[in-house]
Design a protein around this ligand. Structure first.
Ligand SMILES: [Zn+2]
Ligand SMILES: [Zn+2]
Length: 217
């Protein structure tokens, strides 16, 4: 998309945002929801063994695969399962940000950066609770709570990192080792030529490396 087309899309998108929308509230509610689930699950843990702690990295790996699959095949391909996801991602997010106009300009622009608030509730009720319930029923109480911590942790990591890549100017995230590399991978994903082909992971590019879609330039 040309520079003018992105600017024109931004103008139309901004004009359609509800006047009462507040980006900090949007992000804050996602964060509070996620952290509350993590704290609840953490407080329910009892005598966790070393093997049980491994549930966290395993669920983070699942989250990594989940972000890749959802982004690549639902965000960039029109599917019958979640057409709205495609519309919001390919239609809105990629029309609002390309490799040149890569940063948001004000907090109202966060409407097009974060997932809608209800998605974290769908994630909790349709994934975290059912899996947790199965583990709990099978007698693996700690594993159920640790899975909730890992899965929600992965979700928040996605939201926070993706938000950080689109922050304009110098920001504190740049002091984190490897952050600039991850941001550049995402910026490459925002080029029109690469968005259907490269860098679908937002957190660590594990699945991208595994499936051959990792690209640096
Ligand atoms: Zn993005
Ligand atoms: Zn994308």
């Amino acid at each position: 998309m040309k520079h003018e087309a992105v600017e024109a899309f931004r103008g139309r998108y901004r004009a359609a945002i509800h006047p009462l929308y507040r980006g900090w509230l949007h992000g804050g509610l996602v964060l509070i929801t996620g952290l509350s689930v993590i704290m609840l699950a953490y407080s329910a843990l009892q005598n966790v063994s070393l093997t049980e702690w491994c549930v966290i990295p395993v669920s983070l790996l699942f989250a990594n695969a989940g972000e890749y699959i959802a982004h690549r095949w639902l965000g960039h391909h029109k599917s019958r399962i979640l057409p709205l996801f495609y519309q919001r991602h390919s239609g809105d997010h990629h029309s609002f940000f390309d490799e040149k106009l890569f940063y948001f300009a004000n907090e109202r622009d966060l409407r097009v950066v974060f997932f809608p608030l209800y998605l974290i509730y769908l994630f909790i009720f349709l994934l975290v609770l059912p899996v947790g319930f199965v583990l709990h029923s099978a007698g693996f109480d700690n594993a159920a709570y640790l899975f909730a911590i890992g899965a929600i942790g992965g979700y928040l990591l996605y939201e926070i990192l993706h938000f950080s890549y689109h922050i304009p100017g110098n920001n504190p995230f740049r002091f984190i080792l490897g952050w600039a590399w991850l941001r550049d991978l995402h910026r490459l994903h925002h080029t029109h030529a690469q968005m259907r082909h490269a860098n679908f992971n937002i957190t660590l590019p594990l699945m991208d490396v595994l499936l051959g879609t990792y690209k640096r330039h």
